[in-house]
Design a protein around this ligand. Structure first.
Ligand code: PLP
Length: 435
């Protein structure tokens, strides 16, 4: 009993009469009305996460912009909320630039950080008028050949040889990472950018994801500031902005502690301003690019238990799989799971929570301590706001679920449930094969 209350507090869950509430609405009523599986996002939590992080940074350094990393969750309604909050956007593809523009972000508020981009993609980003973070010398040279890029303001992504992340696939700095240019070639590359006719005004790095402590991030800030300082001194680049990427973590496991925002932002801003002074760089804008931190804990995935079985192990089978939430299968990630219709029940067993896809890796949890489960129970998989729908697929010809947004007592569908005909979008059968 005591443990469950702590868990509900830990994940900031609202519980009434043993039921999980999202905003002011019973999750069981939402599931009844809109069906399962269902992503349910809480608008107020998105706004609070944004404001909490923004305030923590901007109280200490006012020239700050948060560029929401759209790839975490590209739902238009979510982007609209962040547009209203004053966020900028970190887009990693032309599709995300298009989406952000559609959601009402002006080009000045969009930063494009592509990777292995084609000439067409560079041209698209250039014409859209967004800031481009170039990831390689190749991209720099190819952009310079596009008409109208003479004198263009650009930024360059450096790899500061610092690794951080919860899984090898999420480490985006360091010697094995495919991202950015080497730190020891930065001076040369910025000089080259100038020689090619560009006006370099920014530097970018992003070292990884799910960072829960200051240290790795501080190391990246320090390294990047030394690189930027050297570029400023040797090449004479006056930086308008320095972009430190995202990666701010959230607790997924009950034992994990949230990021200490006060300490984290104090440490970073102190180091940042010290370095600015050391290299006499004035007061450029600071950009950060949070994705997971803004949306991760704002959304749950509701899924119903349809099968309890004991074969060689004990399984609770649910009505979605890794096509709906890939992280456990792809990264071995832990997602806490609660019983939305029985929130205060104590754990009495260890059980595997299995999806409905034909793959043995399709498991949400192995040997998970859970209360007694029965068919018809409604499970809420927590922290399903980031890298959930945005990584979803129709694998096994499973149409993707709907997504609803709750704002206090209001519930709106923000993405309709797919149906079978959505499985054939864009497909064509050659006439010779028609019957
Ligand atoms: C993915 C990504 C982010 C956001 O990462 P989070 O871990 O979700 O904060 C920020 N910047 C870039 C360039 C990214 O690729």
């Amino acid at each position: 009993m005591i443990i469950m209350i702590n868990i509900n507090d830990k994940f900031n869950l609202k519980v009434e009469h043993d039921h999980l509430y999202i905003g002011d609405v019973d999750a069981n009523d939402i599931a009844e009305k809109y069906g399962t599986p269902l992503y349910v996002i809480d608008e107020q939590k998105v706004r609070n996460n944004y404001q909490k992080l923004y305030n923590a940074f901007s109280e200490k350094y006012s020239k700050l912009h948060m560029c929401y990393a759209a790839k975490a969750n590209t739902s238009l309604a979510v982007l609209r909320i962040l547009e209203e909050e004053g966020s900028y956007i970190d887009a990693v593809s032309p599709g995300e630039i298009y989406t952000a523009l559609l959601a009402g972000f002006t080009p000045e508020r969009i930063v494009f950080t592509g990777n292995n981009v084609t000439n067409e993609e560079l041209e698209y980003a250039h014409k859209a008028g967004v800031m481009i973070n170039l990831d390689s010398i190749s991209a720099l040279e190819r952009l310079s050949k596009i008409e109208g890029t003479e004198g263009k303001e650009i930024s360059i992504r450096v790899n500061p040889m610092v690794e951080a992340g919860h899984h090898e696939h999420c480490i985006t700095g360091g010697p094995k990472s495919k991202f950015g240019i080497r730190e020891d070639e930065a001076v040369e590359v910025y000089q080259k950018a100038i020689d090619l006719g560009f006006k370099p005004v920014g530097m970018h790095s992003h070292i990884g994801s799910e960072i829960l402590e200051s240290e790795p991030f501080m190391l990246a800030v320090e390294t990047m500031m030394n690189i930027a300082g050297k570029v400023h001194t040797d090449v004479g680049v006056d930086f308008k902005f320095l972009d430190f990427g995202g990666g701010f973590g959230i607790p997924y496991e009950p034992s994990e502690e949230p990021l200490d925002l006060e300490k984290f932002t104090t440490d970073i801003i102190n180091l940042f301003t010290e370095k600015l002074d050391e290299y006499d760089m004035g007061r450029p804008e600071m950009y950060v690019e949070p994705g997971r931190f803004i949306v991760g804990n704002a959304e749950v995935l509701l899924t119903r238990v349809n099968t309890i079985k004991e074969s060689y192990r004990k399984f609770a089978g649910v009505d979605c799989g890794f096509g709906t939430l890939l992280r456990p299968t792809m990264y071995g990630s832990y997602h806490h799971i609660v019983v939305a219709n029985n929130m205060n029940a104590a754990d009495t067993q260890q059980i595997d929570i299995a999806g409905d896809l034909c793959e043995s890796g399709d498991l949400f949890a192995r040997d998970r301590p859970m209360p007694e489960l029965k068919e018809g129970d409604l499970l809420a998989i927590l922290n399903a706001g980031a890298y959930a729908f945005s990584m979803a697929s129709q694998y096994n010809s499973r149409p993707r679920p709907a997504e609803v947004m709750v704002n206090k007592e209001q519930v709106d569908v923000i993405r309709r449930r797919e149906n079978f005909s959505d499985l054939f979008n864009g497909q064509v059968v050659p006439i010779r094969l028609l019957k």
